[in-house]
Design a protein around this ligand. Sequence first.
Ligand code: GLU
Length: 308
Amino acid sequence: MNRTRTPSRARALAAALLATSLVAALAAGCGKAGTPPPKGPQPSALPTYQVQDAARITGSSTLDAARSRGHLVVGAKEDQPYLGQKNPATGVYSGFDIEIAKMLAASLGFPPDKVQFRTIASANRETALQNGQVDYYVGTYTINDNRKKLVGFAGPYFVAGQSLLVRKNDKAIHGPQDLNGKKVCSAAGSTPYQRIKSTYPEAHLIGYDTYSACVDNLITDQVDAVTTDNAILLGYAAKAPDELKVVGPLFSSEPYGVGTPKNDTVLRGALNDALAAHEQNGDWKKAFDATLGLSGEPAPNPPQINRY
Ligand code: GLU
């Protein structure tokens, strides 16, 4: 029983986090008196990306459709701080994944105002790419062989690892070995969910559509831990440092790819070329420092691109 946090305060914080309105309010300067300024993607620090004349890229049915539509549709997450987050007031998406999506779009000939983001949950990514609901997808999407049977992947552009988020006052959970009998929440259709199911069957696994729903349940004592990639968890912990902490070692490798329709190899090749160019010219690092870097991760070297 936690004596220092009243249920109503916990619920209020959870609601605020869930709606991301806390972040929006702080960003607008409406924080409690005495709260430090929020850390968040700073528009002024973000690079702008040179829009290429991409007419030379021919033979991609996805790009042809986007050109005649007049804009790209990119799948993303909207509730993952520093990675992919939608401002509920303005509808604007921001974060490292969003920057990756924008730099790639610029190389394909689409300026930022010609990129429309669409939120797609972890469990629905393959279907969205297969049905043409999105042209490509950038949202903490691990490349693996199972998924490669259904979709294509450019990248990787970052490598994360599975970790655990617990309440700040938790003393029992230090790693996945401590999850026996504990309520652990993750997103359905994700690799971390699958790994707990197969490798830690004694854990009481709960699946929601989103990690923010899991975090809501963690703050209100409905679950004991949230598990997914460290990059995602560090963002939630950075937004609620008095309530939450990331614990334990990384217990997987999660190489993030840009999801594409499986058979559009021209698009996949063009995205790999674009990624390499933006890593080379410094855009990748600038984008990282202005987004994910704010959750406390130093910029790594970008991983080797895997063309297949
Ligand atoms: N990277 C993991 C995955 O692709 C977890 C994050 C997510 O669900 O987006 O399943």
